[in-house]
Design a protein around this ligand. Structure first.
Ligand code: ATP
Length: 648
């Protein structure tokens, strides 16, 4: 079916079918984009009913909550969550007795709305979901032949006595299959596993005499890429393998945008289905942050013969954009769902017993997913590790008692974020909080006329000190949002005489880049500090300094100085949203939850905030909000899991 706009467009006010778009309810519940979509569809089919047009606007609205589709079999869930007016619910019910509009199809033709089983999609997202399902689907199926060579190499690199050692299981599964997901909480060994796995794959390849595997490593943000690069560099240096194998494993991690050849001013990438990436193995870290559109772009550009390995924490918040690919893939990961064949083959290959994770309801996808379950970063007594676990399992009572027990590494202010609390956090006891990096700026500043290297070292030290503490907020707006908290912190520091914030740009102002700037080599999520740095004439002037990765120098901590006026989209970052903090870690994080019920304060958000902390986590939230937040889950509607299960 090919839909052309009706030749006799009617003005919106004349079109009785669009009267509802003028109502207060429409303005409250729908975005301008959703209303514009309904108007566009009205112009495509003069016979489509008002009820169908409303349904289309509501479908478009679902994307704002991260849903990829609207399931007509369960639309009441969305109606409840989004508090649709009763009249709208009646309208949706009526559509089942009305003829389908011309702009709706089963996917054939170009109709902008697609019905697939009971799900309605905007075509773009239907296409993306199918691209992802196809790319994963063609990689399902594991070669379960035991081989002495594989047993030996896995045994040599994975020597943990723990049984089962899920890292070893993940390596075996990834060696024999073209698609693997390795999921796990912070410090569970995802990076360690993948580095050893790459060594096994590369050693096998080099031994076959057919030239090394082309391995590429990628992450969704510059920050995550830099962190993984540093971690892989560390792991490689101690990897007990032949130097030729070590030399053939890359450590440089690039952003997905760079991997795909993003170009300024266009959504199109240089690499796509007709011009695939030249690689044999692709590893994507922090995959929970990759939305469906980006995952579809990567998988479309992936050669069919390439091996794909996704790493990430399935319990973290997903991207703000629509879709939660990693979450969808890992829905059944806790219980394993392995087949007896997989379990027998693992026992023969690695000696690990995964029989308790065998299920009669095993599906092909489950055989490619491995969850690492032991944190090497947080031991069994660690307050942060225990709190993260309690939150993740929905145990609000235990989470509260851990916070109340003043466990090492945990602090809780039961109440709103008042001035006293904020002052204590920001000014810190014994030079912690934000005082630490401001002390570095003031105390360690090189003398006028010092060599540029001395200023670079000082800037690096200040950036590292700033990176040790971070205030996190659930939301951007309102009293507990990043905007207001940033303002209040600035006022506190100004009153202490630690900054002079009388102008927009001042020494010590930390900023967050909020849009990729390829010309400057800065990525969305990069954090910079405003410092007085020497210019070419030797005068000190305000510059924003960033730590960036420089592939030519093979380093991840190159200092880049930028004129404040050259920077485009940015904001102050004394406080950052939990969403923006993903892919980063800080010694101490302090999370401020909204004082009142909020749709964004979810279990996933709290878990993500807690796991950004390496050694100390502070929570500022009324007790009632803590319980509410742990009970509230993110749910994202999609058909990906069912598509891969073959149910669709
Ligand atoms: N099997 C192991 N035995 C002992 N220590 C390990 C093991 N695996 C990983 N580690 C150590 O645990 C720490 C975390 O490992 P790694 O960085 O691989 O975890 P991760 O899951 O990638 O963490 P992240 O949360 O940073 O993504 C590292 O110091 C690593 O050396």
């Amino acid at each position: 079916m090919h839909c052309l706009p009706d030749r006799r467009p009617r003005r919106m006010h004349d079109d009785a079918r669009l009267q509802w778009t003028l109502s207060d309810e429409a303005k409250t519940h729908l975005r301008a984009l959703d209303l514009a979509f309904a108007r566009f569809l009205a112009s495509m089919d003069a016979a489509a009913s008002a009820d169908w047009l409303l349904l289309a606007a509501l479908l478009s609205r679902q994307l704002a909550d991260g849903h990829l589709c609207m399931d007509l079999a369960q639309w009441m869930r969305a109606a409840e969550e989004q508090a649709w007016p009763p009249a709208w619910r009646d309208a949706i019910r009526r559509t089942s007795g009305q003829p389908a509009p011309a702009w709706l199809s089963d996917g054939t033709g170009h109709a902008p709305v697609v019905r697939d089983g009971t799900r309605l999609y905007l075509r773009r997202y239907w296409d993306h979901e199918r691209t992802v399902a196809r790319a994963i689907g063609l990689r399902l199926g594991t070669d379960t032949h035991s081989s002495a060579a594989l047993e030996q190499t896995i045994g040599a690199l994975f020597t943990d006595a723990r049984a089962p050692d899920w890292s070893r299981v993940a390596a075996a599964i990834a060696c024999q299959g073209a698609f693997t997901v390795i999921t796990g909480g912070p410090g569970t060994g995802k990076t360690t596993t993948v580095v050893r796995l790459l060594a096994i794959l590369q050693a096998r390849q080099l031994a076959s005499g057919t030239g090394p595997l082309r391995i590429r490593l990628a992450a969704p943000t510059g920050k995550a890429a830099a962190r993984l690069t540093a971690s892989i560099e560390g792991q490689l240096s101690t990897l007990p393998v032949d130097p030729s194998v070590r030399a053939a494993i890359p450590s440089q991690v690039e952003t997905l945008h760079r991997l795909l050849g993003a170009r300024p001013d266009t959504r199109a990438f240089a690499y796509h289905a007709r011009r695939p990436l030249a690689l044999d193995v692709l590893v994507i870290d922090e995959a929970s942050m990759v939305d469906l559109e980006m995952m579809a772009a990567v998988l479309a550009a992936l050669p069919d013969t390439a091996r794909l390995i996704l790493l990430g924490d399935k319990d973290q918040l997903s991207s703000v954009e629509a879709g939660a690919v990693l979450g969808d893939l890992c829905r059944r990961a806790d219980a394993g769902h392995y087949t007896t064949t997989t379990a027998r083959w693992i026992a023969a290959t690695t000696g690990d017993d995964i029989q308790p994770w065998v299920s009669e309801d095993a599906r092909p996808l489950d055989q490619h997913i491995v969850m690492l379950r032991h944190s090497h970063r947080f031991d069994a007594d660690s307050g942060i590790g225990r709190l993260a676990h309690a939150v993740n399992t929905g145990d609000a009572g235990h989470a509260q008692s851990l916070l109340e027990s003043q466990h090492a590494g945990l602090a809780w202010t039961d109440g709103a974020c008042d001035l006293r609390t904020l002052r204590e956090l920001v000014l810190g006891e014994s030079g912690a909080g934000y005082r630490a990096y401001l002390d570095v700026i003031h105390r360690d500043r090189p003398p006028a006329g010092a060599a540029p290297d001395a200023f670079e070292a000082w800037a690096r030290e200040a950036l590292h000190a700033f990176g040790r503490f971070q205030l996190l907020c659930a939301v951007r707006h309102g009293e507990e949002g990043t905007g207001r908290i940033n303002q209040r912190v600035e006022e506190i520091l100004q009153r202490e005489g630690l900054v002079d914030a009388s102008h927009a740009w001042y020494e010590g102002r930390p900023v967050l880049v909020t849009r990729n700037d390829y010309a400057l080599g800065l990525m969305n999520g990069d954090v910079g500090l405003t410092l007085r740095m020497p210019n070419d004439e030797g005068e000190t002037v305000l510059r924003v300094v960033f730590l960036v990765s420089d592939p030519r120098r093979g380093r991840v901590d190159t200092i880049r100085c930028v004129l404040p006026s050259r920077l485009g989209a940015l904001e102050s970052v004394f406080a950052m949203t939990v969403h923006k903090s993903q892919g980063s870690e800080f010694d101490h994080t302090a999370l401020i939850l909204p004082g009142r019920r909020s749709a964004v304060a979810t279990r996933e958000l709290l878990y993500t905030g807690i796991t950004r902390a390496r050694s100390k986590f502070s929570l500022i939230a009324p007790a009632a909000m803590l319980g509410e937040t742990i009970r509230q889950r993110v749910s994202r509607h999609s058909g990906l899991a069912e598509r891969l299960a073959g149910d669709d």
